[in-house]
Unconditional design. Structure first.
Length: 367
């Protein structure tokens, strides 16, 4: 079967943090024997075709609205970038009409799935995956517009998939009862796939450099909704027993630096994906205090690396914790997070994470 994957986020290189879950799912399809083409935006470049493992990548221009740190932030910084979304949608549909795939997999309901459902002449079956930002965008629209967009997808007999139950519930609650019932009947829920490289050697090196009994990492964009200050406060409360590595950058970085004790917290900035994963693999625990993410990829990556997670309840993380003893849910307070982190402290006879035999697994243990 020829399958076309349409996405606004795809890694330009192994160290690019964007869209690795899209790549992982495309490779899964290729391993099943399908011919897989990926259609993705490439900011500031003309049309380019390249190979990525078993995948054929069609990089289209008009991608200035997409990429790190996310379309919403990029458009807020430069509103003219929004025009690129329409240009990308038009070029993507032209590419689909030329490829004539048997199936189209569109990541994000908007801006990918909806234009295809309305404008593509390709008769392929359409699968649409909702990741979070698209649902938040729909919920921010006037109710009549939201109803029309979702109705158009259902009229096209799109096979809907949500990466979290909380995402589907949120969208259904924003629709009329009859349309919401149709969404539930016509959709499934499954988290995005993850795939992590072998970072064992680098993880062991990082762990040897840490003198504190507990090494913890926070990874992600530094914005207020991520509540990184709770992890910083936990490091201070544990008073030298925990070293915290903060991998990421963002508008909240300066405020967080002022809160941190330089002896207990190290800000890494925005680092290549391999390095960020190595820090997570080296750590005794990943701290994820975020209040907003429905299905955080970094939590699944941490578990794929064998690292325990302390998280605050948001999205489907609490549901995951019910099936995985390596995830502990803490209250969104400094004291609660510190107590939860201490559960994973190395004890006599128990190797620290950096001394483990392996820091790599191929897939997340979560269902």
């Amino acid at each position: 079967m020829r399958i076309a994957v349409v996405t606004t986020s795809y890694p330009a290189s192994p160290d690019d943090a964007c869209g690795h879950f899209v790549r992982a799912e495309a490779l899964e399809l290729a391993r099943l024997g399908h011919e897989v083409h990926v259609v993705a935006p490439e900011p500031d470049r003309a049309l380019m075709v390249r190979s990525d493992d078993a995948l054929r990548i069609w990089s289209l221009p008009h991608g200035a609205a997409f990429g790190w740190p996310g379309a919403a932030s990029r458009v807020r910084h430069n509103p003219w970038r929004a025009a690129g979304a329409a240009g990308f949608a038009a070029l993507a549909m032209a590419r689909l009409n030329a490829l004539r795939p048997d199936r189209i997999v569109a990541h994000w309901l908007v801006p990918c799935a909806w234009p295809i459902a309305l404008g593509s002449r390709c008769p392929a079956e359409l699968h649409a995956i909702a990741h979070g930002a698209d649902v938040r965008m729909l919920l921010g629209m006037p109710a009549p517009v939201r109803e029309r967009l979702v109705s158009a997808l259902l009229h096209r007999e799109v096979k809907l998939r949500f990466v979290a139950h909380t995402l589907r519930d949120a969208l259904v609650n924003g629709l009329s009862p009859s349309l919401g019932a149709c969404v539930i009947a016509r959709s499934s829920v499954r988290p995005a796939s993850v795939s992590v490289p072998d970072v064992t050697a680098r993880a062991r090196e990082l762990r040897r450099q840490c003198e504190a009994p507990i090494l913890a990492t926070v990874a992600g964009r530094l914005v207020q909704d991520k509540r990184v200050e709770l992890a910083i406060g936990a490091a201070g409360l544990l008073d030298g027993r925990m070293h915290l590595a903060v991998a990421g950058d963002g508008p909240d970085a300066e405020r967080l630096r002022l809160l941190a004790d330089a002896g207990h917290v190290r800000f890494l900035g925005r680092v290549p994906r391999h390095d960020a994963l190595a820090w997570i693999a080296a750590s005794d625990v990943l701290i994820h205090p975020s209040a907003v993410e429905a299905a955080p990829t970094v939590v699944r990556e941490a578990r794929a690396l064998g690292t325990s997670v302390v998280a605050c309840a948001s999205g489907d993380v609490e549901r995951w914790a019910g099936d995985d003893r390596g995830i502990v849910i803490a209250e969104p307070t400094v004291a609660s997070i510190a107590r939860a982190v201490f559960l994973f402290a190395p004890t006599p006879g128990k190797a620290s994470r950096g001394e483990d035999a392996s820091c790599h697994r191929d897939s997340s243990p979560l269902p």
